[in-house]
Design a protein around this ligand. Structure first.
Ligand code: DHB
Ligand code: MG
Length: 221
């Protein structure tokens, strides 16, 4: 199985199951034009996030790491009219692209992008007494994933779902000798999930147009 085959199958599945979607294509085109790296989730993965949000009946969604807003569009489309998605982004330039893309997709009433260090924005949400989120998608700097999981547990409630992107990293996650800060962050997160009675979690490996990686799915007990 080659990466080329994963990409061909992803293209087939995208065409068969996602189809043409002008809102999403425009967001990707605007992101590329702005020079953002092509590391958003794939279309089939975006639809997975959308379906999970629908299945969870999510009314409040928190995203850590907006990039150009691609995954935010998928998830915000699952919200009811009075729902809310808050997406946190460090880079003001990325945040501007994400805001424009969400606006272009007609989601500006339900989705907002907050700029700054996620750790600061998360602390603010806790201080504000933010209503618990039903779904959290963690897709930001990998060394900080354990911290983002800690914050997510303060901002969710029993039954909430926490999804973490990039938890396999081309297989590097299984290397106990790794000194890569991203791999260490991800391994620590898996260990936290296993040890913490407040959550129950698993992880699935993925292959496709974005290479070999995976998602963690963590339910708050
Ligand atoms: C990287 C980050 C991501 O969130 C992703 O999905 C793929 C790659 C990165 O930082 O390399
Ligand atoms: Mg990612």
């Amino acid at each position: 199985m080659s990466r080329q085959q994963w990409t061909e199958v992803d293209a087939y599945l995208e065409q068969a199951l996602v189809g043409e979607d002008p809102g999403l294509s425009a967001a990707l085109a605007a992101s590329a034009k702005a020079g953002l790296p092509e590391i958003a989730v794939s279309p089939t993965q975006g639809k997975l996030l959308h379906l999970l949000a629908l299945t969870a009946g999510a009314r409040r969604i928190l995203e850590i790491g907006s990039l150009g807003g691609y995954s935010a569009i998928w998830m915000a489309r699952a919200l009811p009219a009075d729902g809310r998605l808050i997406s946190l982004e460090l880079s003001p330039a990325n945040a501007a692209v994400a805001r424009a893309n969400l606006h272009e997709a007609g989601l500006e009433k339900v989705a907002e992008v907050r700029t700054g260090r996620a750790a600061d924005s998360l602390a603010e949400l806790v201080d504000e007494g933010a209503e618990p989120f039903d779904l959290v998608f963690i897709d930001a700097d990998k060394p900080s994933i354990p911290d983002y999981l800690d914050w997510s547990l303060k901002l969710t409630k029993p039954g909430s779902l926490i999804i973490v992107d990039n938890v396999v990293r081309g297989g590097k996650v299984a290397d106990p000798e790794s000194t890569d800060a991203s791999v260490l962050g991800i391994r620590r997160m898996h260990e936290m999930v296993a040890a913490d009675p407040r959550v129950s979690g698993t992880a699935v490996q993925t292959v496709g147009a974005k290479g070999y990686d995976g998602f963690a799915l963590i339910r708050v007990n």
